[in-house]
Design a binder for this molecule. Structure first.
Ligand SMILES: O=C(O)c1ccccc1N[C@@H]1O[C@H](COP(=O)(O)O)[C@@H](O)[C@H]1O
Length: 219
């Protein structure tokens, strides 16, 4: 098995980027959804981007954003991946020719059974990965988990597990789903939009320990 990749999402400060890089996570998420307490302007994101070293990916998260907004982020911030977390159709996601993650809000309409979820996922065959978050009143970043049994790791696209993960449940989630990657925001914060270096370190440590356990079980 390869190791579980880690994305830490919703960064707003230089020191939080440093903490993520120091902890050894693989990707940093920036939110371009104005109602979110973690939302960034394009100019601020471009400033923060300079702090991210090579080989740590930047993921730009959108919720029903316009082509102009997405093009501005692509041009001025330069993310490696786009993340579509709203009601975007496959053609809305694929039109940029840019690698992207498609988020599914599990438990929402049509996404509350394994069969319904699979059918929705299959409409996004062009995605680099399928990301599973919990359904909530907002579009995401709620800190809530969902019924993991609805997700299968034997998916046609790499599975990114998110929604209410934190240091105390991520090992169990990895054991249950064996996702390609995990994604966390609320679970490593001390306040909305403010990350905790200690919680980030604990989260990354728990992912590494879970991977070690799976590896040992295979030998
Ligand atoms: O982080 C946000 O504010 C956000 C806003 C709108 C859509 C998605 C958002 N974040 C994503 O939500 C999931 C789960 O986050 P959490 O760990 O439960 O807080 C994650 O993929 C974030 O990228």
């Amino acid at each position: 098995m390869t190791r579980t990749r880690i994305k830490i999402c919703g960064l707003t400060r230089e020191e939080d980027i440093d903490a993520v890089v120091e902890a050894g996570a693989d990707a940093i998420g920036m939110v371009f959804y104005p109602p979110s307490p973690r939302a960034l302007s394009v100019a601020r994101a471009a400033e923060l981007r300079k702090r991210i070293p090579p080989f740590v990916d930047l993921v730009a998260l959108f919720v029903n954003a316009s082509k102009e907004e997405i093009d501005a982020v692509r041009g001025e911030v330069g993310p490696e991946l786009l993340q579509f977390h709203g009601d975007e159709l496959e053609e809305d996601c694929a039109r940029y020719g840019h690698r992207y993650l498609r988020a599914f809000r599990v438990g929402g309409p049509g996404l509350d059974t394994a069969a319904g979820l699979l059918e929705s996922c299959e409409a996004y065959g062009s995605a680099a990965g399928w990301l599973f978050d919990s359904h909530s009143d907002g579009y995401g970043g709620s800190g809530r988990t969902f019924d993991w049994s609805l997700v299968s790791s034997a998916s046609a696209r790499p599975v990114v597990l998110s929604g209410g993960l934190h240091a105390s449940n991520v090992a169990q989630a990895i054991q249950a789903i064996r996702p390609a990657a995990v994604d966390v925001s609320s679970g490593v914060e001390s306040a909305r939009g403010i990350k905790s270096a200690e919680r980030i370190r604990e989260f990354v440590t728990e992912v590494r320990l879970a991977d070690d356990k799976l590896r040992q079980a295979q030998t």
